[in-house]
Design a protein around this ligand. Structure first.
Ligand code: ATP
Ligand code: MG
Length: 361
């Protein structure tokens, strides 16, 4: 079986370092590994509209921001198909059919949707489109026959929902769709990177992000203002590293060689943590180190972004070409789906001949 990737992001803002460690960085590595037959990266504008129906301009403006973030992180249009969800009408058609295979109770049980409903104060009036977005995600994944979906931990319930739909579809209509596997980051701190405010998840909707396109000064300010251990008041106090966002980010980003470069008094992150726990190590010193580590990671991304910003028409062209390729792939799956569901009336000469005979009798 072919190895195919599908993943993407909602164009509700610029991408942040949570996206980067949770999925984006991995995608670039997978792309460059050469072991995948096809890679589809989707800007999920239709999904973004499910909770932003009244802000179409916001979604429209962020398409190009997300595309620039992709390219600046190293996604290469020669190797990966970068496309926009709404332009592939086949995805809506698939969702419409999959809706018959999922119950309302099953959607209501989805823990990610539950917490997102709470976060958006949708409890009293959930848009149907938002409520059913896990079904639409199943369409996105299966339309491309994706085998692998590299995403953050919050997406686990969506992939499970997709797998259930695939099994149900194949059981009812015959073997047609491919069951995907989730690919989570292997570094635990990257599964769900917390926000700079210490909240459980860095998220565009929570305003607690360090963006890939932030200026060096923005990054420095955000790092210096980060949530640490609220009980670590004086330098000599013993501190906690668990739940301390600065250390979580160091778990996600720091490498052995950073110590020699920026903090030679310590040989490793374990040594730094041990000193913090003992007491005698101030937050400012740790934050300055984190700032240096982040700046080193973000600088090449920022520089590549500047290059692409000089050719915005070229970026739109890349997306348009990606949409064309994505539509071709989704169209092939749709043909198979329609055939399996027996709604391919006009391509089916057997059916027409059978009916002719029936009415002749
Ligand atoms: P929104 O608030 O609009 O939902 P978001 O910040 O949650 O935005 P998405 O576009 O929903 O971003 O997520 C895109 C991808 O990035 C998904 O694979 C998701 O798992 C991953 N991701 C998002 N936030 C984080 C995070 N804080 N840590 C790890 N992965 C993340
Ligand atoms: Mg999200």
């Amino acid at each position: 079986m072919k190895k195919i990737i599908l993943t993407g992001d909602r164009p509700t803002g610029r991408l942040h370092i949570g996206h980067y460690v949770g999925s984006l960085k991995r995608r670039v590595e997978l792309q460059n590994s050469g072991i995948y037959d096809k890679i589809f990266i989707m800007i999920a504008d239709a999904q973004a509209l499910t909770d932003n129906a009244d802000c179409p301009e916001k979604v429209r403006q962020n398409i190009i921001e997300v595309a620039l973030d992709y390219l600046s992180c190293g996604l290469d249009p020669e190797k990966s198909v970068l496309f926009i969800q709404s332009q592939i009408a086949e995805l809506c058609e698939l969702s419409f059919y999959y809706m018959n295979l999922v119950t309302v109770a099953r959607l209501q049980r989805n823990p990610t949707v539950k917490s997102e409903i709470q976060m958006r104060n949708f409890e009293a009036s959930i848009p149907v489109g938002f409520f059913t977005y896990p079904i639409s995600q199943a369409s996105d994944i299966t339309a491309f026959k994706a085998t692998t979906v590299p995403v953050g931990e919050d997406q686990e319930p969506m992939i499970e929902q997709t797998r259930e739909i695939v099994r149900k579809f194949n059981a009812v209509y015959g073997e047609t769709l491919v069951e995907p596997e989730i690919l989570l980051p292997d570094n635990e701190a990257c599964l769900r990177l917390p926000g700079t405010d210490g909240k459980a998840k860095m998220s565009k909707s929570l305003n607690n992000c360090i963006y890939l396109s932030d200026t060096p000064e923005d990054v420095r300010k955000k790092v210096m203002g980060m949530y640490t251990d609220p009980d670590h008041v004086r330098v000599e106090d013993p501190g906690k590293v668990e739940g301390n966002t600065v250390f979580t980010y160091l778990d996600a980003f720091s490498k052995q060689e950073h110590f020699a470069r920026y903090l030679p008094d310590y040989a490793s992150l374990d040594e730094l943590k041990a000193h913090y726990k003992r007491g005698g190590l101030g937050d400012v010193k740790v934050k300055k180190f984190l700032n240096a580590v982040l700046q080193e990671e973000l600088e090449p991304i920022r520089n590549r972004r500047k290059e692409y910003e000089k050719d915005i028409a070229g970026v739109y062209h890349i997306l348009q070409e990606g949409c064309r390729k994505a539509q071709e792939a989704a169209g092939e799956t749709l043909d198979e789906v329609r055939k399996a569901m027996k709604i391919n009336y006009f391509d089916d000469m057997d059916l027409i001949n059978e009916q002719i005979k029936r009415f002749q009798q």
